[in-house]
Design a protein around this ligand. Sequence first.
Ligand code: SF4
Ligand code: MG
Length: 334
Amino acid sequence: EAPLLKVQDLQTGFKIDGQYHNAVERVSFEVKPKRIVGVVGESGCGKSVMSLSIMQLLPKGAGEVRGGEILFEGQDISKFNDKQMNDIRGKEISMIFQEPMTSLNPVFTIGYQIMEVLRNHEKGLSKKEAKVKAVALLRSVGIPRADKIVDEYPHQLSGGMRQRVMIAMAIACQPKLLIADEPTTALDVTVQAQILELLKSIQEVNDMSIILITHDLGVVAEICDEVIVMYAGKIVEQASVEELFESPKHPYTELLMNAIPKMEEDVEKLATIEGLVPSLTNMPQIGCRFANRCPKAMPECTQITPNLQTVADGHDVACLLYEESIQKEGAIVS
Ligand code: SF4
Ligand code: MG
């Protein structure tokens, strides 16, 4: 099946002191129709920059797509101008963020904001029709008393309800792709589970694809079909969710797995990964970017840059532990 989205060799740079530094470094992946792809990694690994690159929402003058292609239904939207992009945003591709309060306008009612989205993309829709649609949308994302809520203001709702409103706005025009950037991070565990369930069900009902960005592999396990692990701007592992959880390969992935919160444990006792993601201006130019934090690092890890290699069907990993065995096998054959 042809991919809905195909990102090829994407490079996104940020200008710091007059010099570009890549926050996303030659990232390639596909999103097939009706699939949920998780993108996981700590903050500062390029996940949000990657999604803002797709949406052309990078901060103007600071961040810039410097190379590669972003093919949406076969068209390279990275070359689209503002007008072309405006037609796509919200209608073909929508995005939701971690903190709905910052994306909702506090001075307008929920209903007004949803109606604006609808009327923006559906010229000729009357106010009355738009309001009926807004109420129906609020119902479809599980908001009780939708006919009342439609006239309320964002601050009158809980965080979970606000995120439902954001989802309603995002799916108002039935986009084919929804990019959800840490949609549950600000919510408590119970609400988090409800929002994930909602995302899964609207994906099925609306036949759309979702890119779910998260720092939590536990969230990926809940609803994703495929997963991409990013570290310091690069993809270090990608596989189906079953394959990744059955047979994680990259040491970073293994550490992320140990960090999955478990219901019965205190958050305080949660395993954390020691050290920090290297900053953009401090990125190792050669070798593995994870080397200074990797429990399995070898001397050559700071000398040789690992490449993404296929280790099993649909399972790629960038780590010298696996490249070595590939090289040895090659030696036997030759
Ligand atoms: Fe660790 Fe070396 Fe693999 Fe990097 S290449 S993840 S440092 S073992
Ligand atoms: Mg982020």
